[in-house]
Design a protein around this ligand. Sequence first.
Ligand code: DX5
Ligand code: ZN
Length: 222
Amino acid sequence: MKRGVSPSIMCANMLRLEEDIRALERAGSEYFHFDVMDGRFVPNFCLGPDLIRAVREISDVPADIHFMVEDPGRHLGLFPIRQGDVVSVHAEACVHLQRTLQQIRDLGAHPAVALDPGTPLCAVEEVLPDIDMLLLMSVNPGFAGQKLVPQVLPKIERARRMLIEAGRGDVLIELDGNVSLENARRMRKAGADIYVAGTSAVFRKGSSIEENMAQLRAVIEG
Ligand code: DX5
Ligand code: ZN
């Protein structure tokens, strides 16, 4: 898996989506982050399989699908998941987490587990052998435009230590939520590898996607 930037497609301009997708490609996006919401695990609805399928018809950028969905294992078959994609499920939303991660692996994608800011790292201890990425929410899931939950920053460092101690130093850590330039600097220092860029970064108003991405890369690539 590559390190880098995963722009949050829910923050793109839905009325000019192809233009934004082309700009994100030109800006070298390593992934496209698709937030899937069911109105139950989170109090919002967002991005379904048809939109992801439509984007995949025009772009080969790997999908980074973030299921904010109760019992996501029931729905994976509905989505156009491909070899090389990353698929994150919330530990808080899976009755059988290890089985769901195995299902994702069997689909040829990189399994990942996501944690809300308030969920302790011990929730993933038993599935470290099954994941390629750990998604740490830096805001409470469900909406773009929120503010960083500050205690997530030291949580990144503790997550890195936990992975190394478990012999999984290869697992990448993705941060999702309020990835502004200032927060990205702090996240990088704490050990983040992949940055979900939404309204706080790549889709920031008043400058282009390319300009915003260049500024973000300058911060995360130091
Ligand atoms: C929130 C989503 C994030 C969000 C990021 O539940 O998971 O991907 O879109 O957007 P900003 O950068 O506005 O927090
Ligand atoms: Zn997300």
